[in-house]
Design a binder for this molecule. Structure first.
Ligand code: ASP
Length: 270
């Protein structure tokens, strides 16, 4: 679907959603869209994706930030990454304990010396909330035509301490260029083997439409590993936005000047 710019797409994770979980997620997605879109009307796509993702981290409704699931030691360790498409700048953090991992990732990007930092933060992050959602992410296209992507997660419940998933790895959990921005969610151990966000960029950069590029990469992952493993949102420089997933649901939403939509299950087009 083509949207007028500026436009932002977000997700709250692909997985085994129930209708009870989806009510909270839909409300929080809607709030996150408002926050991200407001930022997008006065700033860059990079600032907007960070704003929307930080809101979802703070909401406690998703497996990110305050809602992060616990690892096998009963601790929270989070991963996040952010990428600016116009200059390919990337910032990411892995296995951190910080209130807003996506903001830590933005600091790494702005500092510019490194791409990925591990193990930072001293805050005691113990999650007591009843999380309904999953990993969160956002992609946006601003008035200048620049794209950006961000993803943030608490990872997988019961993971070994020190485990890092796909979410902080560019090309896996997210990717942004001058042509396209993508944020992924699903089983990190499988996403890391295919680098679907990078594959979508390659197809779109070769001239294939965004929608069929996302569908093709999803199809490839489904044929390799089966159903129930992955979802992606994508946005190209013309404002075409699309979401794909092979799980029961993926919380997702889109907002532009004249459109605002949120959905969790199959059937609703976003
Ligand atoms: N991709 C995330 C990870 O493996 C989890 C998720 O998206 O649900 O850490």
């Amino acid at each position: 679907m083509k949207y007028t710019r500026p436009v932002i797409l977000i997700h709250g994770g692909a997985g085994d959603w129930t209708s009870r979980d989806s009510d909270t997620a839909l409300r929080e997605l809607s709030n996150a869209l408002d926050r991200g879109f407001e930022q997008l009307t006065k700033g860059s796509s990079l600032e907007a994706v960070v704003e929307a993702v930080a809101y979802m981290e703070d909401s406690g409704a998703f497996d990110a930030g305050r809602g992060s699931v616990l690892n096998a030691k009963g601790e929270v360790e989070m991963d996040a990454g952010v990428m600016s498409g116009k200059d390919l700048r990337v910032g990411a953090v892995a296995a951190v304990k910080a209130r807003n991992p996506v903001k830590e990732a933005l600091k790494v990007l702005r500092d510019g010396r490194h791409v990925l930092m591990v193990g930072g933060g001293r805050e005691e992050m113990i999650n007591q909330t009843e999380v309904s959602g999953d990993t969160v992410g956002a992609v946006a296209l601003d008035m200048e035509g620049s794209l950006a992507a961000a993803t943030s997660t608490g990872g997988i419940r019961g993971k070994l301490p020190g485990r890092v998933g796909d979410s902080p790895i560019p090309g896996a959990g997210y990717y942004a260029t001058t042509n396209v921005a993508v944020s992924s969610t699903g089983i990190g151990e499988l996403i890391l083997r295919v680098l679907p966000a990078k594959e979508v960029d390659m197809l779109v950069s070769m001239g294939f439409p965004l929608e069929s590029s996302l569908e093709a990469v999803l199809g490839k992952m489904t044929s390799l590993f089966g159903e129930g493993i992955v979802g992606m949102i994508g946005l190209d420089k013309q404002g075409n936005g699309h979401a794909v997933f092979n799980t029961k649901g993926m919380a997702r939403g889109v907002m532009s000047k004249d459109v605002k939509k949120v959905a969790v299950f199959q059937g609703d087009r976003i």
